[in-house]
Design a protein around this ligand. Structure first.
Ligand code: ZN
Length: 247
């Protein structure tokens, strides 16, 4: 059996087929581009998945063998199968799956269901963004300077309707004075979730080496921990008093 971490990169994969600006940046899809910079790490076993694939890219068998899912969606959130969302949510809560929601996936069914919020935010036209490292000792911030600049990103700004993150690793400032919580960690059940804001489809943000490093770090942070017992989906009735162990 392989000790590699099984990663699924899920992409809606529609903009790339319909918008020439997006095709030019990501000809094989955002998911394939992300795979290219991640596969330099041979500890990852990477599967690409897209909305229009059979089973919307994630069969039950694949889901059961997956440790981490990266999710990019935007124009077709509503087409994602509710049953698939429920299965992903259950596996995150059981600590068997880590979730990374990228950019417009703040509005994906998966992110909203797992984190428990509308994910609504304010937004505006593309402009310069400064990403500030607010938690340099956090594992997701490893190797990231105190700040870095993204020359062009879609404006995402507060208010961002999410529960207060358990850890806020990155904050963004945009030209015009807007701010946003751009790198947010959530613990949900026994699992972990990271939301990361850069990645608008017409912007080359995934070419940025710091954005790439943050995604690499986040995969290691959200991956399932070695939990010493099986986490059930429901609430099991106790079978014996714990104090019986002392008799
Ligand atoms: Zn966008």
């Amino acid at each position: 059996m392989s000790n590699k971490l099984n990663l699924v990169i899920w992409n809606e994969f529609r903009h790339e087929k319909t918008d020439p600006r997006v095709t030019a940046l990501y000809p094989l899809g955002i998911h394939a581009f992300i795979k290219k910079f991640l596969e330099q790490d041979n500890e990852l076993n990477i599967t690409l998945a897209a909305l229009d694939d059979p089973d919307q890219g994630i069969s039950d068998e694949l889901l059961e063998s997956t440790d981490v899912i990266l999710w990019w969606g935007h124009m077709a959130h509503g087409e994602v199968n509710d049953e698939l969302v429920r299965k992903i949510q259950a596996r995150v809560y059981q600590g068997k799956l880590g979730l990374i929601a990228l950019h417009s996936s703040h509005h994906s069914k998966v992110f909203k269901a797992v984190v428990g919020a509308t994910g609504n935010l304010s937004w505006g036209s593309n402009r310069k963004e400064v990403i500030w490292n607010l938690f340099p000792q956090h594992p997701i911030a490893a190797g990231i300077p105190d700040h870095f600049i993204i020359e062009e990103e879609e404006l995402y700004c507060e208010p961002f309707y999410i529960p207060q993150p358990d850890e806020l690793v990155f904050g963004a400032w945009y030209e015009g004075g807007y701010i946003f919580r751009s790198g947010c960690c959530f613990n949900r059940g026994m699992g972990k979730v990271f939301y990361f804001q850069p990645g608008h489809e017409t912007c080359p943000s995934y070419y940025n080496p710091y954005v790439q490093q943050i995604i690499k770090n986040a995969i290691q942070w959200v991956k399932p921990a070695s939990i010493g017992y099986d986490i059930p989906e429901g609430c099991p009735k106790v079978s014996a008093d714990v104090t019986d162990e002392f008799k």
